[in-house]
Structures are given as structure tokens and as C-alpha cells.
Design a protein around this ligand. Structure first.
Ligand code: ZN
Length: 371
């Protein structure tokens, strides 16, 4: 192998700490640092089941690319099963932990490095993050690594001061485990997991460089393992083109502002790790502009939900006459239909179409072939 796995000494499977980030010297910069310099980003794939996780891993294997698998709060609850109560975030905590153990055990045979992440955690969901971090702490005591590579805290709906202060508190807890924390500033429009920002004022959609600097200054004193999802007009979900316009070039202004404050100049012109939220439906050009300005992670959810459905939809549409009864189809009244309704057949069709869409993301983000 001549790609980044051998260059960085990465092993297949779930990564944590220095392997995800960091920068012990110029020669041994690791995954995110490497991505930022080399000009690619890792797609973050929302998974809700073993099937969707495997579709993403298979795509990473075929594209020879590192990948981020993440569970949202609702996705984690789904992993635990919709038939169970989510009182006190019980299902979302147990589901995320179950997903983590599943991905940890299966990822090595796919031969790709995986960043194991959890998605948006708003203020009212903080008990979910607390529960997952309790599991991280216990796992760290036993294995020397946290259970998850990284988490996301999303207090972008709150006052900026509260957002930064609370994010700092969580980063403090994660720091001894070298666990990554992603935070969000500015408002991302659209609707996701019950947070609806469809009517929000346009100005609030664009983060200011001063805010980025304040976050950078506060968090970098605690730990280098953090990234920022800054608003540059992003919208969650896919909508008809409307008033909101993406301005990923704004990220360049943030990088310049921070590097001038740090006086890192040419040595480190892009000191901030940025994350692209609400990526579904965005143009390849917008992604690439964002990546060239220090985006190392780009979330994709809605487009993948659609891609996963398409395989199932087409299968059922095309085979409908073989799916009406257990026995009897156009080939004969006594012909069994078992081979058509076996879940391994029709679930697999969704995995194939989802995998194809993930591979497209690897191509779009210049991640394909990097291993
Ligand atoms: Zn977001």
C-alpha cells in the first residue's frame, strides 16, 4: 500500500485520538490534518442499522477511502429498536453504544480506517451525550481508548456565550481520552431530528470570523481535538432552490482571520478544522470550495436516505408479481416466492444503491483512492 494508510501507519478499523487528528510533527500528521493539507474531506455517513453501516463500509472498501460513520440521536434510538421507550434517552444511549460495538467489530475486515462519530446533540439531548461519554469513560479505563472517536455537540440554537462555555466543558471531559468534539455555530436552516429552522433570518445563517476566533481561542486551550461546523448558508435536507445561498468561500475569511491572530502565516494558513453540515443537494463545486478552505468532514444524510430507498423501491416495483403471495407467480401457480421475499435479497438492493451514492461522495470530495 502506498497511500495514506501506510504513510500515516493507520490500521483498518475504528480510529481515535492522534490517528484521527493530529499533528505530533510535520512528518506524522494524521488523518484530518492530512486531509486538510491534501485537499480532501471525509464524508460522514448517517447510519441507522447494520445494513446501512455495511453499505457505507463496502463503499469505503471499494473506493479505497477512509470514512466517518455517525449515528444521530434518532438513528441511535432506531438502532435500539422503535418498540422501546426513549425515556431519559435510554434507547438513544443504548442504540449508539450498540452501533459502536457493531462497527468496531466489523470495520477491520473491510480494511478501511473508520472515524466513529455521533451527530447533532442539542441542549435538550445533552443527557444522551452524557450517557455516551459515560460509556467512553468506562471503555477508556479498560482499553485505553474511548468507545467513540468523536461526538458532536450542537448548541447553535442557544446564546453564543452559553454555546462556547458548554462546548468547552464537554471538551474538557473528552480531552484526556483524546476524543474529538465537533461543535456548531450559526444556524443551519431546514429541519433535522425535530429542530426546525425553516423560517430563520438569513443573516443568522452566516457565521462571523470573530465568532470562529473566540471558539478557537477558548477550545484550543483545552484540547486540539475539535472542529467547527460554521454556518455559511447551509440547509439541512433537500429543498427547492430558494433564498438561501451557500457561501463556502466565507470559510477562507475565517481561516485568514484566525491565522492572522495566531500569526501562523504561511506555515499554517488554515488552522481551523471545518465541518460541512446540510450537504445533501449541494453542488460538487460548493463542496470543493469548502474543502479547499479547510473542511475535513462533510455530512451527508438526506441524499443517502433517498439512495437507500431507491434500491428497495425499484426491486419491489419490478418484482411485485412475485411478492403478492408466498407461493404462485407469473411463472406458475405452484412456484414458491421465497427467493424473492428473503430479506437478504431485497434489503441488499437498498445497500447497493446507497453504496453507489457513497462512492459518488468519495469522488466528489477527492477521498476516493486515498488509502
Ligand atoms: Zn448542523
Amino acid at each position: 500500500m502506498s497511500g495514506l494508510m501506510s504513510q500515516l501507519g493507520l490500521k483498518p478499523g475504528v480510529l481515535y485520538g492522534d490517528d484521527v487528528l493530529k499533528v505530533t510533527s510535520v512528518m506524522t500528521s494524521q488523518l484530518f490534518e492530512y486531509a486538510r493539507k491534501a485537499g480532501f474531506a471525509l464524508p460522514a455517513i448517517n447510519v441507522t442499522s447494520s445494513s446501512t453501516a455495511l453499505a457505507a463500509l463496502e463503499a469505503a472498501k471499494d473506493a479505497r477511502a477512509p470514512v466517518i460513520l455517525q449515528v444521530s440521536n434518532g438513528g441511535a434510538a432506531f438502532f435500539a429498536g422503535k418498540g422501546i421507550s426513549n425515556d431519559g434517552q435510554k434507547a438513544s444511549i443504548a442504540g449508539a453504544i450498540a452501533a459502536a460495538h457493531f462497527i468496531r467489530s466489523i470495520a477491520p475486515i473491510y480494511g478501511v480506517p473508520v472515524v466513529l462519530h455521533t451527530d447533532h446533540c442539542a441542549k435538550k439531548l445533552l443527557p444522551w451525550l452524557d450517557g455516551m461519554m459515560d460509556a467512553d469513560e468506562a471503555f477508556f479505563k479498560e482499553h485505553g481508548t474511548p468507545l467513540f472517536s468523536s461526538h458532536m455537540i450542537d448548541l447553535s440554537e442557544e446564546e453564543v456565550e452559553f454555546n462556547i462555555k458548554t462546548t468547552a466543558k464537554y471538551l474538557q471531559r473528552a480531552a484526556p481520552w483524546k476524543q474529538w468534539l465537533e461543535m456548531e455555530i450559526g444556524i443551519t436552516g431546514g429541519e433535522e431530528d425535530g429542530v426546525n429552522n425553516e423560517d430563520v433570518d438569513n443573516n443568522a445563517l452566516y457565521t462571523q470570523p470573530e465568532d470562529i476566533w473566540e471558539i478557537y481561542q477558548t477550545l484550543s486551550k483545552i484540547s486540539p481535538y475539535f472542529s467547527i461546523a460554521a454556518g455559511f448558508g447551509n440547509v439541512h435536507g433537500v429543498y427547492q432552490p430558494g433564498n438561501v445561498k451557500l457561501h463556502p468561500e466565507l470559510l477562507a475569511k475565517h481561516q485568514k482571520f484566525v491565522s492572522e491572530k495566531l500569526q501562523t502565516g504561511k506555515e499554517d494558513p488554515k488552522p481551523v478544522f471545518f465541518v460541512f453540515h446540510g450537504g445533501s443537494g449541494s453542488s460538487v463545486e460548493d463542496f470543493r470550495t469548502a474543502i479547499s478552505n479547510g473542511v475535513v468532514k462533510a455530512n451527508l444524510d438526506t441524499d443517502l436516505q433517498w439512495a437507500y430507498l431507491c434500491g428497495h423501491r425499484d426491486y419491489i416495483t419490478n418484482k411485485i408479481d412475485y411478492l403478492k403471495t408466498q407461493v404462485g407467480n407469473p411463472d406458475g401457480a405452484n412456484k414458491p416466492n421465497k427467493k424473492y421475499y428473503d430479506p437478504r435479497v431485497w434489503v441488499r438492493e437498498g445497500e447497493k444503491t446507497m453504496k453507489a451514492r457513497v462512492i459518488q461522495a468519495f469522488d466528489d470530495f477527492h477521498t476516493a483512492g486515498t488509502l
